[in-house]
Design a protein around this ligand. Structure first.
Ligand code: PLP
Length: 432
């Protein structure tokens, strides 16, 4: 249950008016709610109480140090996909021994770093990677804990760019191959076969594909675990969130039913999966990203211009695709609401940024209240795969980020100065 709501005419994050934050820190501005992160983590944690389990936050969804620190404080582990993410976890006070390291392209340097930090497990995506991990572990005189990522070939029925569990994708090892791969891996030196992992896709709002995947994979897990003495089975992340009615979903009533109105609640997820997982007798790992961070964040932006053409009402804002690329990248929907609620009729509007790309838009033909220059808007559900995908395209500085806790707020990433954008660059020696 998230903490963005109108109090009178003003949009608040917890007990802080977003307009006050926009005034203090400028825009574009990401605002995160600590209460929402905590609530979502706790709901999931409690729903899984019947299992020995660990939540490993997929920090690719939001790797701000303050967000990681909040979750680390709740006991979360982390799903990392690079040495950089592992280093960030440690910098934020996260525990590397609760980290799993995923990704298809781990370099030798990254493997060595993760081994030295004592991570919980490598989630391995290929046999070549197993051999590389074995080689590095041998050199460092370490035993590498590994889990093979099984690709169960289950269609998650989500956006093509976030489906990962079918044979069209680069991820994991085909279901039919996995047992042979484990048999070969068992012969590699300095490898400990600690578990098995899967992740079928992201933004799943129905529990059925999760159930199908667990039903298919559980007997394999059981067989392999008996043979190799597993500690854990990671069922990945992927729990979807509300984008369409994001504001309304802050109402506790949405969470009270087992299925909510289109919400995949932790209770509904657990009710289906716990009975399938419990008999395995293993620690169950989850790697939720979006579920924890998505509805916990909003991107606040200022209206720069209104441009009316024969066909369109363009609302040109100061945020752009370099701040939030999801609409351009995934055609994704973000609810857009004014910081100060407006009455009157709505106008179909295209909300666009200043970048020189037709793809630089946040909404097309969206019914929006009449807004004008200097008004502020919030793009909701922007806490996952938002700021982390930010870039300096068009030499635009990275947005600032604020964390809210009750009445308190803190700048947890300052706005990038222009000179910092090219700080890593220099002239060639032959240039005057
Ligand atoms: C291996 C793995 N685990 C977890 C996640 C997190 O997914 P989500 O944010 O949908 O929970 C991803 C997302 O790409 C992933 O690839």
């Amino acid at each position: 249950m998230h903490s963005f709501r109108y109090v009178g005419k003003e949009l608040y994050c917890e007990d802080v008016a977003l307009s006050a934050l926009a005034k203090k820190h400028g825009t574009p501005l990401y605002v995160y709610s600590e209460a929402t992160l905590t609530d979502h983590y706790t709901k999931l944690d409690e729903a899984l109480a019947a299992l020995d389990h660990r939540i490993c936050f997929a920090m690719k969804s939001n790797s701000n140090l303050a967000v990681i620190r909040t979750l680390a404080g709740l006991g979360s582990g982390f799903d990392v996909v690079s040495a950089g993410e592992l280093a960030r976890t440690i910098a934020a006070g996260g525990d590397p021994t609760k980290c799993v390291f995923a990704g298809v392209g781990k370099t030798e340097e990254e493997i060595a770093y993760a081994l030295k930090q004592g991570i919980y497990s490598f989630n391995v995506e290929s046999e070549a990677e197993l051999q590389r991990i074995s080689k590095v572990a041998l050199r460092l005189k370490k035993i590498a804990p590994v889990a093979v990522r099984v690709n169960p070939n289950i269609d998650a029925h989500t956006h093509a760019k976030i489906t990962t569990g079918t044979y069209e994708n680069k991820f994991g090892i085909a279901f039919e191959e996995v047992e042979k791969v484990y048999a070969r891996a068992a012969k590699l030196s300095n490898i400990r076969l600690r578990g098995i992992q899967m992740h079928i896709g992201s933004q799943l709002t129905d529990v059925a594909p999760f159930r199908k995947a667990v039903e298919k994979v559980a007997p394999l897990v059981d067989r392999l675990s008996q043979k190799h003495g597993f500690d854990f089975f990671s069922i990945g992340g992927g729990i979807g969130i509300v984008y369409q009615d994001a504001l309304a979903s802050g109402d506790p009533a949405w969470w009270s039913g087992s299925k909510g109105k289109g919400i995949l609640t932790p209770a509904a997820y657990a009710a289906e999966l716990v009975p399938l997982l419990k008999p395995l007798g293993l620690k169950i790992l989850l790697e939720p990203g979006r579920f924890l961070s998505g509805n916990a964040g909003a991107l606040v932006t200022r209206v720069e211009y209104i441009k009316r053409t024969g066909k369109k009402n363009f609302v040109i804002v100061d945020a752009a695709m370099n701040d939030l690329i999801r609409p351009a990248f995934y055609d994704s929907y973000h609810e857009i609401v004014p910081l100060t609620r407006k009455g009157g009729a709505t106008i179909p509007s295209d909300v666009v940024g200043p970048i020189c790309e037709s793809g630089d838009y946040f909404a097309k033909d969206r019914p929006l209240p009449k807004v004008g220059e200097g008004d502020h808007l919030a793009l909701l559900s922007a806490g996952a795969y938002g700021s982390v995908m930010g870039s300096n395209y068009n030499s635009r500085g990275l947005a600032a980020e604020v964390l809210v806790k009750g009445k308190k707020s803190a700048l947890v990433r300052r706005r990038q100065e222009l000179s910092e954008i090219w700080a890593l660059e220099s002239k060639a020696p032959w240039q005057a």
